[in-house]
Design a protein around this ligand. Structure first.
Ligand code: KIV
Length: 296
């Protein structure tokens, strides 16, 4: 049985200390988790981006802990049977704490984090800086690894006035560095930096002794994360500047489904190779000597 990458092993993967950059991708279901594992990624993030790329919402505010637990369990089941012969460890699964799951009381926060761990995650991620410290400490106190998330935090969409790059001004850049230091000191094992200028991501990365994992944060972080549907070109409506598409699965899928539809309409599918038949003796007992009439 392959063991999993652990939070302490990830925590030690600082590029300046010789660590290999961390590779994280989102996953929301069993086949996606298996593909990412076979590709050798280090971390799977069951992100609240599931709201936008899978469930059709315009923002991430619409999903609940139950939704995230449902997708986390699917990812965990996918990994349980994936790539048994790979030499490398299985990816560490992080589940997003959705909006309003860590904004009320520490008790509710810990119970919500526990639900995601019981669903199959090994750690949880939450958005925000110093003002989230009491919740982060409560989760860590329950022995659950926490990943921070700073910069463009999509759950703050309305407060930020849209999905905007953060930390562009002198003071805001210094605030980001102070937030990151506080999260690292509290015990977060890694910090996602989303939508910040390259220079600011490098300042943050230099300032903390835990890995930073960037998305739209340039090349100076200790790792990168992208959304599965963006990497594979399944989501083709928007292409943010920071995304690189490595495939065009939307086009490949439309082509394949069009070919299927054409074959059904022309009668070319199913063919003999895709058809079951009765044994001849059984067919005879039913009075069938050639092809069964449609509907029998
Ligand atoms: O939900 C998500 O996909 C995320 C990443 C963008 C980091 O939080």
């Amino acid at each position: 049985m392959r063991s999993k990458l652990t939070a302490p092993a990830i925590r030690a993967r600082k590029v300046r200390d010789g660590g290999e950059p961390l590779v994280m991708v989102t996953a929301y279901d069993a086949p996606g988790a298996r593909m990412a594992d076979e590709a050798g990624v280090d971390l799977l993030l069951v992100g609240d981006s599931v709201a936008m790329v899978v469930l059709g919402y315009d923002d991430t505010l619409q999903v609940t802990v139950d939704d995230l637990a449902h997708h986390t369990a699917a990812v965990a089941r996918g990994l349980a049977s994936s790539a048994p012969d790979r030499p490398a460890k299985k990816p560490f699964v992080v589940a997003d704490l959705p909006w309003m799951s860590y904004h009320t009381t520490p008790t509710d926060t810990v119970m919500n984090a526990a639900q995601l761990i019981r669903a199959g995650a090994q750690g949880v991620k939450l958005e925000g800086g110093r003002k989230r410290l009491p919740m982060i400490e409560a989760i860590l106190d329950a022995e659950i690894p926490v990943m921070g998330h700073l910069g463009l935090t999509p759950q703050s969409l309305h407060a930020m006035g849209g999905f905007r790059v953060q930390g562009r001004e002198h003071g805001a850049a210094l605030e980001l560095v102070a937030d990151a230091k506080a999260l690292a000191a509290a015990g977060c094992f890694a910090i996602v930096l989303e939508g910040v200028p390259d220079e600011v991501a490098r300042m943050v990365t230099d300032a903390v002794d835990v890995p930073t994992i960037g998305i739209g944060a340039g090349a100076g972080t200790d790792g990168q994360v992208l959304v599965y549907h963006d990497v594979l070109g399944i989501e083709d409506r928007i292409l943010p500047k920071f995304v690189r598409r490595y495939a065009d699965l939307k086009a490949a899928g439309v082509d394949a489904l069009s070919a299927y539809a054409a074959d059904v309409r022309s009668g070319a599918f199913p063919g003999e190779a895709e058809t079951y038949h009765l044994d001849a003796e059984v067919a005879e007992t039913l009075g069938i000597y050639g092809l069964a009439p449609i509907g029998v």
